[in-house]
Design a binder for this molecule. Structure first.
Ligand SMILES: [Mg+2]
Ligand SMILES: [Zn+2]
Length: 193
């Protein structure tokens, strides 16, 4: 089944790849098992797949935009070799206290994606491993899918339990998340827009 017009916004670290903390070198980029196949499945279904990632390591001076580009070149190569790929990559380079509009959970990266790629937010999913990813989902009206890959994911689960956060699905891997999205998109009654 095709899901044209559906957008899947995806976090990077801890969602697609192991998160060593301030990943600064393409050699240290390690994708989780099943990620390449899952992105290919989403692309086969004609979903737009867009990376949205906070990279404050740039603002902190830990690595440069050139380093980040090298990491993303490798990521795109790995995904393309598996038959998938990304429709776009949007990142926030700023420090957490910079007050910018693009650091998740602020919606600036989503606005950049909508402006440059004309993708739909009203029919969208946001997949991530942190509370800020699910807050972003809530902020833009996307369907939140949490990948519970590490201890940092627990904060989001606790917030959901307290009723502070909407999370539609919690999985252990991005591969499971993608399978859930493909199922969910078939049954959901989308509002117009
Ligand atoms: Mg993450
Ligand atoms: Zn920013």
């Amino acid at each position: 089944m095709k899901h044209q017009g559906i957008t899947v916004f995806v976090d990077r670290d801890g969602t697609l790849n192991e998160d060593p903390g301030y990943l600064s070198n393409p050699d240290a980029l390690v994708l989780y098992p099943g990620v390449v196949e899952a992105v290919a499945r989403l692309k086969q279904a004609e979903c737009a797949v867009i990376l949205v990632t906070n990279q404050s390591g740039i603002g902190r001076g830990y690595f440069s935009q050139v380093d980040l580009r090298a990491i993303h070149d490798k990521l795109e190569r790995l995904l393309r070799e598996g038959g998938g790929g990304l429709d776009g990559i949007f990142f926030c380079p700023h420090l957490p206290d910079a007050g910018c509009e693009c650091r998740k959970p602020n919606p600036g990266l989503i606005h950049q994606a909508v402006e440059s790629l004309q993708v739909s937010v009203t029919r969208s999913y946001m997949v991530g491993d942190k509370r800020s990813d699910m807050e972003l989902a809530n902020n833009i009206g996307a369907i939140g899918v949490l990948v519970n890959t590490s201890s940092v994911s627990q904060d989001a689960i606790d917030a959901k339990r307290r009723g502070e956060l909407r999370i539609e699905c919690i999985t252990l891997t991005f591969h499971e998340a993608a399978e859930w999205i493909l199922q969910d998109a078939q049954t959901r009654q989308w509002s117009n827009g």
